[in-house]
Design a protein around this ligand. Structure first.
Ligand SMILES: Nc1ncnc2c1ncn2[C@@H]1O[C@H](COP(=O)(O)OP(=O)(O)OP(=O)(O)O)[C@@H](O)[C@H]1O
Ligand SMILES: [Mg+2]
Length: 260
């Protein structure tokens, strides 16, 4: 994949925000956030309920209102560009809710995902996403509303992969899943995408599972970045772990990491 560099010789991030202030109406939820998603890396954003994680993603994707600051896609200023335009530029977004069309079959969801392609290309991409998610093959003719939580999320991610995104933005992909299924989605479905060159921005409340597959982690609290650090460092440093997870959760996580 071709990559570009800024004047300092550093690779231009796939996606970045600089001093972003954003929210709804006149109310700023995101309060001066800067963040980078390097090419081919997984970046996780964790934080408590209501911290502004979804709003941050929505502001990056032209859905929430940007009051100041910039959104850069491969170095290009796309601040407040509509999602439709971003999709054409290679951004795939799987929202926290309403991520599949319930009244459509899985196959129809995939076809909808490939709406920018011609029929032949769409077919080729369906075959390709089925290689990524072979479990969906047997479900192609099922209505999405009849799927399990895991199958549904798989369909949602597969639908977005139909556009062959350069960067995938996932808002709590494991929200409705059991801890075991969450681990499977993150380790077996999300992480391999970055190995294929796709950059991933991942919002998760299941911070330990997210950090385990992430290269870099941000902790968002009340609309601000409290911590920005390598994910492995957060997991291995008890103090950092406590800051990210809270004391009780950090102790549980420490036991599960130490047990491995
Ligand atoms: N459409 C909206 N209009 C007005 N305020 C909103 C809207 N959506 C969210 N908010 C407010 O913005 C704040 C941050 O919400 P947001 O959904 O970004 O948090 P979050 O970190 O994604 O939380 P969660 O972990 O529960 O998904 C909350 O106070 C919420 O009430
Ligand atoms: Mg949210």
């Amino acid at each position: 994949m071709p990559t570009s560099s800024d004047s300092g010789g550093r690779e231009t991030p796939a996606l970045a925000v600089q001093n972003l202030v954003a929210g709804y109406g006149d109310f700023a939820v995101v309060d001066g956030v800067s963040l980078e998603v390097p090419v081919g890396k997984v970046v996780a954003v964790a934080g408590p309920n209501g911290a502004g994680k979804s709003t941050l993603l929505k502001a990056m994707l032209g859905i929430a209102r940007v009051m100041s600051g910039k959104v850069l896609l491969d170095g290009q200023d796309v601040t407040s560009a509509p999602l439709e335009k971003l999709a054409r530029l290679g951004v795939g977004y799987v929202p926290q809710l309403d991520d599949v069309f319930d009244s459509l079959k899985v196959l129809e969801n995939l076809e909808m995902g490939g709406y920018l392609c011609n029929r032949v290309e769409r077919q080729r991409r369906i075959e390709r996403v089925l290689q990524v998610f072979p479990q969906l093959q047997a479900k192609l003719h099922r209505y999405a509303e009849t799927l399990s939580g895991g199958e549904r999320k798989m369909t949602a991610i597969a639908r977005v992969l139909m556009l062959d995104p350069k960067i995938l933005v996932l808002d709590e992909p494991t929200a409705s899943l059991t801890p075991e299924l969450s681990r499977v989605v993150l380790e077996e479905q999300v992480r391999p995408l970055s190995a294929m060159g796709t950059s991933v921005l991942l919002v998760e409340q299941k911070a330990v599972a997210a950090l385990a597959i992430a290269d870099w982690a941000y902790l968002l609290v009340r609309g601000r970045v409290e911590v920005s650090a390598p994910a492995a460092e957060v997991l291995s440093d008890p103090n950092m772990r406590e800051i990210f997870l809270g004391r009780a959760a950090a102790e549980v996580a420490a036991r599960s990491v130490d047990a491995e």
